[in-house]
Structures are given as structure tokens and as C-alpha cells.
Write a protein that binds this ligand. Sequence first.
Ligand code: FAD
Ligand code: FES
Length: 210
Amino acid sequence: MLQVGKTYDPLLKRPFCIFKREGNVIQFVYRIRGKGTRLLSNCKKGDIIQAIGPLGNSYPAPKKDFIAVAGGIGIASLFPLLERFKNKAFLFYGARTKNELVMINKAKSLAKKIFTTTDDGSIGQKGLITDVLNDFLENRTMPVYAGGPMPMLQKVSDIVAGRGIECYASLEEHMACGVGACLGCVVKTVSGYKRVCKEGPVFPIEEIVW
Ligand SMILES: Cc1cc2nc3c(=O)[nH]c(=O)nc-3n(C[C@H](O)[C@H](O)[C@H](O)COP(=O)(O)OP(=O)(O)OC[C@H]3O[C@@H](n4cnc5c(N)ncnc54)[C@H](O)[C@@H]3O)c2cc1C
Ligand code: FES
């Protein structure tokens, strides 16, 4: 959870994935979405921001080749996995437009094979990445790791349902405290409500009630 501004507006820290950690340097990659991320983007070298973390869980390590499905900035959650398990991932990476396929060349160099789509066809196949995934998964049962917007994750859930495919999703919920105290981030699961910040953000996808 990163403090995004120097004042009490916005009051709440914002959640981000740890994109990379090397020695005592931690990197984040983020998309400017609203007020908080815009303020964050104004930070200058040498500025100090408060952070709480690391918080929550992470994807379980894949034991063999796997599928990574990223929607836009959802790639941030998958990068550590791609780096740790180089050339093991079939990466399905979709975004609205070319500019939103961030770090595409780096992603290419880490994946065994990459499939890209954009909504506007500006790069890769035109359409939804989940459609390409659906075709690829025919007769395959590799584990799937997904990070991206909730509608994409729900689509992935529909695709893997009933196929005996192990699948994990990193959920993007609004967060307030980030440490399990406020219940502001709960999602409905088959075993009751769970906190995305504490029990997640990664859940076996079949546990989520969409
Ligand atoms: C576990 C986790 C990890 C994340 N990792 C990253 C990351 O690595 N990089 C990155 O760019 N973003 C990440 N996000 C999303 C990021 O936290 C939000 O984009 C950010 O909080 C938006 O803050 P803001 O003040 O700019 O936008 P706001 O002004 O708060 O909101 C702008 C718009 O974005 C929507 N929005 C805000 N937060 C979320 C959210 N969490 N889920 C869905 N919609 C939201 C709002 O409804 C509104 O429409 C992550 C979210 C979670 C929960
Ligand atoms: S953000 Fe407060 S419990 Fe999750």
C-alpha cells in the first residue's frame, strides 16, 4: 500500500503489486487511473513516500509450464512469475490499445510463447484475450494464472470451469486499510466472504462467487 500524495487528500494509500525486488530496491509499475495515481506520477527523485507491505499472498509456484493471462496493467502481478520461471509461460496479454500493452518486449523475452490482443486492433489480434485463451485451452490442461480487471477474470473463470484446470486469479478490489481490519475489500467466495488484502489477492478462481 503506497501513499500517493503529500496531503490527507486522498487519505487512503493505494494497493500495488511488487513488480520487482532487487537488493533494497523495490519497483512498481502502474497505470494512471485517477487522482491518487496521478499524484504518484508527480513524485520526483528523492521524494519520500510511506509504504506498508508486503501484504497478502502471491501466486503459488507453478510446477510445470503454465499459462499467464494478463489484462492491461494486470501484467504487474504476473511479471515476478514470468521472471522466476523464464520460458515456462504461455503468455496471453490483452489490452484496450497498443500503448497499454506495457513492457511488451520484456514480457516477450520471458515467455515461452506470447499471444497479444487489443480491443482496437492496434497491435496483435483484434478482440479479447480470453477468446484466444479459450481456443488455446481446447485439449490442454495447463495451470492458469490470471491478473487483470474483474470482467476479464470472470471470463477466465467461465472458460476453465468444469475442465479440471488449476487456475489462480489476482483480484483487483478497492482497498482501504490493506491489513484486514476494515472489511472494505471483501469478496464473496464459496466459503463465505474473504478479504482480498489478507486472504488474497490471489484466490483459486473456482472459489470466487462472481
Ligand atoms: C492487490 C492489488 C494490486 C494492484 N496492483 C496494481 C499495480 O501493480 N499497478 C497498477 O497500476 N494498479 C494496480 N492496482 C490497481 C490500483 O490500486 C488502482 O488503479 C489505484 O488504487 C487507483 O487509484 P487512483 O486514486 O488513481 O484512482 P481512484 O481515483 O481511486 O479511482 C479511479 C477509477 O478507478 C477505479 N478503481 C480504483 N481502484 C480500483 C481497484 N482496486 N480495482 C478496480 N477499480 C479501481 C475507481 O472505481 C474509479 O473508477 C492494484 C489493485 C489491487 C487491489
Ligand atoms: S482493505 Fe481493509 S480489510 Fe481489506
